[in-house]
Write a protein that binds this ligand. Structure first.
Ligand code: 5GP
Ligand code: MN
Length: 354
């Protein structure tokens, strides 16, 4: 099995910056005995796949270190990802008492997204960051933050190559899951040549795409499908169909018995409306809050809208948490989307999304 094809950013400057970043990680990793690797709150396939693969990579390259894969939240990670190699070893922040020499943050650039693990990051001697979210203020002693990468998993795969460590089949499976989920099965705007190239390499290294698909996209419980039908039934459009939104209330969850963490894919149902350019999905979460997902199909930058209500993310995929109920969140967010769509019609289907 050949895992030696070079994978790297296509842009020379980006490639050099990434290599300098990787280089700068080395002393921190080499000097650390206790290492905690953590991804963002409400982890998705990229968060979990990247952190699990990175933990295996670090353990192979620095076998003397004690590596913990840490969750950001004091609750179990979504069950649909339980097939990922290493999933059972994930540790909740409340169960982690050590003081890490090194905290490695993956798939996040904002310390707030560490949720309950933030205190562990703060007590760590050092921190490094591997991420692909645009940020003005990367934290940590060193960071590789490359928004052009389709997934954090792309960067982790390139870090393995940089280190000269073979990508095992278990690392490959975690990383392929990261890329498949963050590109929406290679359907979103971030599905660039690099993502396909890394994915191809990962399959050569033993990743199994059909196992990922079976677990993440073809194993829904009936309760979830019933919730999905409610969400489908109330999709509403605005601005002559350019904005599509839907939501799931607390009573929907109670009625159907669906789990909150099963809802990741519902925004894709909303964005599938013909002619819609931006999509919003809201779900009621415990504590009187609402989680919002925003997606853009053209060049609209929905991360600006997410930021305006305290969230963040990428141009085409962003999210936020609203303190209040669904009606209030709609009243706040729909006008922002409307204003954005009135700004520059050239962005509707333009190619220049920079
Ligand atoms: P999702 O809508 O799937 O939760 O998130 C879409 C993208 O936006 C992901 O890359 C995610 O990391 C980012 N994102 C989601 N919610 C937040 C948030 O509250 N703050 C920030 N900074 N980013 C978010
Ligand atoms: Mn990601």
């Amino acid at each position: 099995m050949s895992c030696c094809d070079r994978i790297m950013p296509r842009d020379e400057e980006e490639r050099l910056a990434q290599e300098r970043g990787f280089e700068s990680f080395l002393p921190f990793l080499a000097d650390a005995t206790e290492i905690a690797i953590c991804a963002h709150t409400s982890p998705d396939g990229d968060a979990l796949g990247s952190q699990l693969a990175l933990a295996e990579l670090v353990a192979r390259r620095w076998p003397a270190a004690h590596v913990t894969t840490l969750l950001a939240d004091n609750q179990a990670a979504p069950h649909i990802y339980s097939f990922l190699p290493g999933f059972d070893g994930l540790v909740r922040p409340e169960d982690y008492t050590a003081t890490p020499d090194l905290f490695v943050a993956v798939d996040l650039s904002d310390t707030h997204r560490l949720n309950e693990a933030q205190a562990i990051c703060e007590r760590s001697r050092h921190a490094i960051v591997i991420d692909h979210h645009p940020t003005q203020h990367p934290f940590g002693d060193q960071a590789v933050v490359r928004p052009e990468a389709a997934a954090a998993g792309v960067i982790v795969a390139e870090f393995a190559q940089f280190l000269g460590v073979d990508i095992t089949s278990t690392m490959a499976q975690n990383l392929l899951c990261a890329i498949i989920t963050d590109t929406g099965r290679f359907q979103y705007q971030n599905s660039n040549g690099e993502a396909f190239k890394v994915a191809s390499l990962l399959v050569d290294c033993g990743a199994n795409p059909s196992e990922i698909s079976l677990n993440v996209y073809q194993s829904f419980g009936l309760a979830f499908l019933h919730l999905k039908s409610l969400v489908l039934g109330r999709i509403t459009t605005f601005e002559r169909g350019r904005i599509a939104y839907s939501y799931a209330t607390q009573s929907d969850f109670a009625r159907t018995g669906a789990n909150l963490d099963e809802c990741d894919g519902l925004i894709d149902v909303v964005r599938s409306v013909e002619g819609s350019e931006v999509a919003l999905f809201l779900k009621a979460v415990p504590g009187g809050k609402v989680r919002g997902n925003l997606r853009s199909k053209g060049c609209w930058d929905v991360s600006q809208v997410a930021k305006a209500v305290g969230g963040g993310g990428h141009r085409a995929a962003a999210g936020f948490t609203w303190e209040g109920d669904i009606d209030e969140a709609l009243v706040a967010v729909l006008p922002l989307l409307r204003t954005m769509l009135s700004e520059d019609p050239a962005k509707t289907k333009g190619d220049d999304c920079s």
